[in-house]
Design a protein around this ligand. Structure first.
Ligand code: GUN
Length: 289
């Protein structure tokens, strides 16, 4: 069997287009554009690329983009002061502090300083609590994007066995919450899980978010399962000095067994920013209304 390829790039483009329509409607009604503020501390190259792309796509959707680039040696107090200013700024509907932060900062303390109603990343404990109790709030962008792709592919997820590999606050844990809300039977596997291949083999839905290149093998996959690969890993390429991107799933073997699978790149990756823009326009409507 050869799996159907889930085109996250095309889905994300469609989502951005819908966000653009809602953003134009917001501007007509509110008399201002919706605004997203992104704060980047330091010069991590991957983070710089993400932030640049976020800025471009925010503008392309007809929203305002505010970028705050701070040097790596910024004190935690100065960063907290920037967050406070953005909390109080009525032109800012969503605030995103790019992670990881430099090691001298306490990430949880910085996230806790963001107004939960502007926390479009869904990382604040208030939004984590809202998600786990089923209250409306902001949901982390990458797992929400994964659920959108899954529902588009499968329709109802009710009753399906889902295995999430990885237990991070950004992906694994919120992913499990979202799948529970969709009435899946959810297992969260991680580095200490015994007999991981056997656990994964039970799943109708596999979400791999461990950050280990090509760890999940085709022989672990139940034939016909839907595989969502959240990994973005840069590994040495075939040519000397070149690199290539691979996921957490061994695509070559998994695509022989799965019913459907997301590629890397072009699968989950483009969904994250598209969902961020969606969360921002939702924030604008909520905060203005
Ligand atoms: N770093 C990697 N992914 C993310 C994300 O979704 N949000 C933030 N704030 N930082 C990240």
């Amino acid at each position: 069997m050869t799996a159907q390829i889930i085109d996250g790039k095309a889905f994300a483009a469609g989502l951005r287009e819908r966000v653009g329509t809602v953003a134009a409607d917001f501007e007509a009604k509110a008399g201002r554009k919706a605004g997203l503020a992104v704060v980047l501390v330091g010069e991590d190259p991957a983070s710089q690329v993400y932030v640049r792309n976020k800025g471009k796509q925010t503008l392309a959707c007809g929203m305002e983009s505010f970028e705050h680039k701070l040097p790596a040696d910024t004190s935690e107090a100065d960063l907290l002061a920037v967050v406070e200013k953005l909390n109080a700024d009525p032109a800012v509907d969503g605030i995103l502090v790019q992670l990881p932060l430099p090691s001298h900062m306490n990430e949880q303390k910085v996230i806790a300083a963001i107004n939960p109603d502007k926390d479009v990343d869904g990382f604040h404990v208030v939004n984590v609590g809202r998600l786990s109790t089923g209250l409306p709030g902001f949901v982390p962008c990458t797992p929400l994007g994964c659920v959108m792709l899954l529902k588009d592919q499968l329709g109802s997820l009710s009753g399906l066995d889902a295995v999430v590999v990885g237990r991070s606050n950004i992906v694994g844990k919120p992913m499990a919450q979202l799948l529970i809300a969709e009435s899946c039977t959810v297992t969260v596997a991680h580095s200490r899980t015994q007999d991981l291949p056997e656990v994964v083999r039970r799943a109708d839905i596999v979400v791999a978010a461990v950050g280990r290149p090509e760890m999940v093998k085709g022989e672990w996959i139940k034939p016909g399962a839907t595989v969502i690969d959240v990994g973005i890993n840069r590994v040495p390429g075939a040519e000397e000095g070149k690199t290539r991107l691979v996921g957490d799933v061994d695509f070559a073997s998994a695509s022989e067994v799965a019913g459907a699978i997301t590629p890397v790149p072009g699968g989950v990756g483009p969904m994250t920013i598209a969902v961020l823009l969606r969360n921002t326009i939702v924030a604008a409507h909520r905060n203005a209304g």
